[in-house]
Design a protein around this ligand. Structure first.
Ligand code: SAM
Length: 247
């Protein structure tokens, strides 16, 4: 299996790519690749190339690679930041499960307001997880915003399905909603913090177009819930359901 490496699109000048000193070190010292050895360079935006390591800080693109491992729909994970380092694993596993972008939000009961270093760390984790899971894109990790600002944004965005997970208010189960009304439309899934969403937040979310959904009768940890929700979403749309108009 060839190693994948995300390269800044600005450093890709076909047929050559410019490697950073860290990438050169990683390829030659950590992976022990020799001059002429092959790896897969990806721009993190959907394009990958079979690539050969040169003698020096460059590599040569041989040919594009056409693989498709992305979900058939764009999925945004909106997540109230959990405490401690819990978000590290959420970013890693959500990337493995195919999420397109991650929007951290500060909600009424969020305890954490992350430093710029944390954001950099999460972006690195997303990149490594995209390489490891053989994806074509690296999910965008957006700057944190308040939940209220996020609700304003989704009200003015293109029509898409938005589900907010809560174990309260007898919300209907997510899975049947996904499978009974499958649509090739972008989808947003929102997960609350350890203390859950407040009542005003649930009301504001409904007013902004979110449908409340349940992930089952047990209360999941804030870091478990996004993984369960994303696994259900992936299972419901992959492989893409047949187009009924063609049968
Ligand atoms: N006591 C909190 C409450 O009543 O919401 C529990 C919060 S739970 C630890 C953290 C987040 O995970 C919730 O805000 C929700 O988004 C999600 N979650 C956990 N279990 C869930 C379930 N069974 N159904 C839907 N969402 C769930």
């Amino acid at each position: 299996m060839l190693q994948r490496l995300v390269v800044d699109p600005a450093k890709i000048h076909p047929p050559t790519i410019q490697l950073t000193p860290e990438q050169q070190h990683y390829l030659t010292r950590v992976l022990r690749l020799q001059i002429g050895d092959r790896f897969i360079a990806m721009n993190g935006q959907g394009e990958s190339w079979l690539t050969i390591l040169d003698d020096g800080p460059t590599a040569t693109l041989v040919h594009p690679i056409n693989t498709q491992t992305e979900l058939p729909i764009a999925v945004t994970l909106v997540m109230a930041l959990p405490k401690g380092n819990g978000f590290d694993e959420v970013v890693r596993q959500a990337t493995e499960l195919g999420v397109s972008q991650i929007q951290p939000v500060i909600s009424d009961r969020t305890l954490l307001n992350p430093s710029p270093q944390k954001l950099e760390r999460w972006r690195r984790i997303a990149q490594e997880a995209a390489e490891q899971s053989e994806r074509q894109i690296v999910p965008a990790l957006l700057d944190p915003i308040t939940f209220v600002d996020h609700l304003h944004q989704i009200q003015s965005s293109q029509p898409h399905r938005s589900y907010l997970c809560t174990p309260r208010r007898a919300a209907p189960a997510l899975l049947p909603l996904l499978t009974q009304t499958w649509q090739a439309q972008p989808l947003t899934i929102a997960i609350g913090p350890e203390g859950g969403w407040t009542d005003p937040e649930l009301d504001q979310a409904i007013a902004a177009g979110y449908a409340l959904v349940s992930l089952g009768d047990r209360i999941l940890r804030a870091v478990t819930a996004p993984i369960v929700a994303l696994a259900l979403i992936a299972a419901s749309c992959e492989p893409e359901p047949p187009d009924e108009s063609e049968t």
